[in-house]
Design a protein around this ligand. Sequence first.
Ligand code: NAP
Ligand code: GCO
Length: 262
Amino acid sequence: MFSLEGKTALVTGAAYGIGLAIATALSRAGARIYFNCSRQETIDRGLAAYKELGIDAKGFLCDVTDEEAVRKMVAEIEAEAGAIDILVNNAGIIKRIPMEEMSVEDFRRVVDIDLVGPFICSKAVIPGMIRKGHGKIINICSMMSELGRETVSAYAAAKGGLKMLTRNICSEFGGHNIQCNGIGPGYIATEQTAPLRERQADGSRHPFDSFIISKTPAARWGTPEDLMGPAVFLASDASNFVNGHVLYVDGGILAYIGKQPS
Ligand code: NAP
Ligand code: GCO
């Protein structure tokens, strides 16, 4: 029930980080992999990574906020491989700026990529999924789908919205045997969170790094590999009666008040 043999998967923003790990897991379960990024150098970086992994992935230069480009990409994939069975809305950015200093343009850009992008990509693949009689959409949410913190107003608003978009796609298309679920990663060691883990001048941990360690029962950051199994589960027949759910892969952060001061 966990096999993805014969399935076609599109993972957005999957040149490195979480997207690359998820696409690799789907490929190892049998899926054919397509991915997109907004910069040619990232596409090239991703293609080199997939080649190194022995995965014959195809990359598209496509910004998820560009509806025409997304529709063209999906049409090209469908012409080559048939309707897309699995869409992972992974592409995303974050801007860490105090709200009173954040421009409306910055706020809009984060929401555009992290929330409108998944809407555009889902809207593009759903007709094919309906024709095929099944589909899996996995939205990469966040701790910020549930919690706020200073400086990430746009990102939290977008990821909170993405949780509700997940539930709405579930509601609107569950009758077509389309399951739409979220994965809510905890704090994962990728390029996106590298600034939060930078060693201090004296060699000590970044204060935020220490904070996350104290908030995580496992006392460690997650890795992209920690998300591979949950992604295969939500992309496979094993989750055919799971719909509208956000699976938090956070090491227990959301369950834990935090390490008590010694
Ligand atoms: P990352 O290392 O910053 O990678 C982001 C990827 O998205 C890159 O491949 C990037 O390539 C692509 N991308 C960005 N804007 C795009 C656009 N407009 N159109 C198409 N592709 C675009 O991020 P990550 O840490 O792997 O995170 C991946 C996803 O997980 C994001 O949605 C993030 O919000 C979410 N997440 C991350 C964490 C974490 O702790 N790292 C935790 C929870 C959720 P280009 O720049 O070339 O487009
Ligand atoms: C931040 C981090 C987080 C992670 C992730 C947590 O600045 O707080 O970047 O937002 O990216 O979303 O689940």
